[in-house]
Ligand binder design. Structure first.
Ligand code: F0G
Length: 458
């Protein structure tokens, strides 16, 4: 039978104390960090929703697996276990371990892109965009229009706009497009899923023009579970069967094991193309390490191999998706504008709607993120004009497409009462929205500026 209450499908085996900085300490920490929450020390934070990346709790099976880590430089047994787990899930024969997702991106793009190339994606994540642009190529975001509308209730707001994809290919010529990418789930667009129907449609466009399709598969399991819940005819399949079909439609993937690998570090690049894999491995040796460890310890490979099995467990995914929706329902129920429907790994607050008096040039989402920390020590992350704004031709800044604060939920880490606390802080902050003032950026790096930029209150 199905019970009404969905519980955390685990018992807590080991705990880590939370620190409780008071108001004065939080204010001092903000000043010290230049109002950039990446500059806070973890002891400054009460509930850390900066990212779901590498911040989750591993299972006792993963920790046990780590004890079996084979630290041989070459031919490690742990690599075989890792490779078998990746192949079993993805069907990709070539498996290249990397220390995290962006290393897989860097290697793939170094071997496939050149100046003037175009990479269509539903929405590039920040590191993916930066790695594309680093090759002198253009990162083109082609998410469906519903994906840019925080209020739209479309079930698959991560879908790639297939018509625009085809137009991009015919307008520019397939030769300029070395590969097409689809990010599952679409992190920068609100953690929204992509349907199987959309992946099939993208596949057929790629086939028509002979283009390879790669998944940015960081949150493939959450995407697969959304397909099970929302796509017609998928309800009776297991998440793993659905995930396998997703991968079967692609030629390869980049993957950060810090998300749906349920590990604290790691990633991989996997593909069908043996010749491309050979070139990627050569580069891997230059930057990451030998192809049987790729910048990871043997014990990391073990933890990921187990994580890839655990993440497709249906009880886990039911709890995971439901616990994110729980936070969304609480804050939206109190009238706080969020991206609807809630994503898999995070709730995205819509700062443009909550702070209409703060113009994009004063970074409303950054201002809101700072205020959540000030109010209750809750650390989220800005996904708006700090992350995605850029200089226009006349030097003035073109704002990002949305002004969001992402509250990303680490996997298997916080309980329902932690989340109740977060919603209390979000609601209290929203109640005093009219008092929140914007920020001025006083320091920035040439790329990925959001990590290190400094601000001062306007
Ligand atoms: N692609 C997506 C969709 C991501 O969300 C991330 C990381 C990466 C690629 C890069 O992976 O961090 O292992 O190098 N996202 C984290 C986040 C950092 O907070 O969303 P990485």
């Amino acid at each position: 039978m199905r019970f009404h209450t969905i519980i955390e499908p685990f018992r807590i085996h080991s705990v880590e104390a939370i620190s409780f900085p008071d108001e004065r300490q939080r204010e001092a920490a903000l000043v010290q960090a230049g109002y950039n929450l990446f500059g806070l020390r973890s002891e400054d934070v009460i509930i850390d929703l900066l990212t779901d990346s590498g911040t989750g709790a591993m299972s006792s099976r993963q920790w046990a697996g780590m004890m079996l880590g084979d630290e041989s430089y070459a031919g490690s047994r742990s690599f075989d276990r890792f490779k078998t787990a990746v192949q079993d899930l993805t069907g990709f024969p070539e498996v290249i371990p990397t220390h995290q997702g962006r290393a897989a991106e860097k290697i793939l793009f170094s071997e496939t892109l050149s100046a003037g190339s175009i990479v269509p994606n539903n929405t590039h994540f920040d590191t993916t965009r930066a790695n594309v642009e680093y090759q002198g190529a253009e990162a083109l975001d082609l998410v469906v229009p519903e994906g840019r509308d925080p209020g739209s209730l479309h079930p698959f707001k991560g879908n790639l706009d297939v018509e625009r994809l085809e137009r991009t290919i015919t307008d520019n010529g397939p030769a300029r497009i070395p590969l097409v990418m689809v990010t599952v789930t679409n992190n920068s667009g609100g953690g929204q899923p992509v349907s199987l129907a959309n992946l099939r449609a993208v596949r057929s466009v790629c086939d028509r023009y002979g283009l390879p399709l790669y998944l940015d598969a960081c949150r493939f399991a959450e995407n697969a579970y959304f397909i099970k819940l929302r796509e017609e005819g998928q309800a009776s399949r297991t998440p793993k069967e659905i995930a396998r079909e997703m991968f079967s439609l692609a030629d390869g993937c980049t993957f950060s094991a810090k998300k749906d690998g349920l590990a604290n570090i790691g990633g991989f690049l996997a593909m069908r193309d043996t010749e491309l894999a050979r070139r990627c491995r050569n580069l891997l040796i230059l930057t990451e390490g030998f192809p049987t460890y790729g910048g990871l310890a043997g014990y990391d490979l073990e933890a990921i191999a187990v994580g890839l099995e655990e993440v497709v467990d249906e009880e886990y995914l039911r709890y995971r998706i439901r616990s994110t929706a729980y936070l969304a329902e609480k804050v939206a129920g109190a009238g706080v504008p969020i991206v609807q429907p809630p994503g898999g790994h995070a709730v995205y607050l819509d700062a443009k709607r909550l702070l209409p008096h703060v113009p994009p040039s004063q970074y409303p989402a950054q201002a809101l993120a700072v205020e959540l920390y000030r109010q209750g020590g809750v650390r989220g992350v800005e996904i708006g004009s700090v992350m995605f704004g850029r200089a226009g031709p006349d030097g003035t800044e073109i704002p990002g497409p949305m002004e969001l604060v992402r509250l990303a939920i680490p996997r298997r880490t916080y309980t329902q009462s932690h989340i109740d606390f977060v919603s209390e802080i979000v609601i209290a902050t929203a109640e005093r929205a009219t008092e929140i003032r914007g920020l001025r950026m006083i320091e920035q790096a040439p790329w990925l500026r959001h990590f290190t930029a400094r601000f001062e209150p306007v």
